[in-house]
Design a protein around this ligand. Structure first.
Ligand SMILES: [Zn+2]
Length: 128
């Protein structure tokens, strides 16, 4: 039987992938990573090729999606409340790094924190 793959997501940093991969494998789902070797040998080109793609068999797709949704850390504010998207009111935002300039690539901790809504891709910039 020919197996088809489903791409669960792509990740800029191999460390993020390892967390999700570990969780899926703990649930007995076989995980395949693409492009990881290229990234490890040269991290600067990872965004150019879209990062590491995490794939599962399509037969595991539904289960993998559920686990992925649980594992994914949605961004919260200082009090631990979920960040609410001002555009669609969803409470599922991730921390977003644009890393648009060379400066932020070298010093990512100087970049102001932003959030990206996983429902509508709206970028929120919280007031500080
Ligand atoms: Zn939204």
């Amino acid at each position: 039987m020919k197996q088809e793959f489903f791409t669960l997501g792509s990740f800029e940093f191999p460390a993020d992938v390892q967390i999700i991969k570990g969780k899926l494998e703990a649930e007995g789902i076989q995980v395949f990573l693409r492009d990881e070797n290229t990234i490890n040998s040269d991290p600067l080109i990872s965004s150019a090729i879209g990062g590491v793609k995490l794939q599962v068999y399509t037969t595991d797709m539904e289960r993998a999606k559920l686990i992925f949704d649980e594992v994914r850390n949605y961004a919260t504010d200082m009090e631990g409340k979920p960040i609410v998207c001002p555009n669609c009111k969803a409470e599922r935002s991730e921390i977003y790094y644009s890393r648009s300039s060379v400066f932020y690539k070298l010093f990512p901790f100087f970049e102001p924190k932003k959030y990206r809504c996983t429902s509508c891709n709206f970028i929120t910039k919280p007031e500080s």
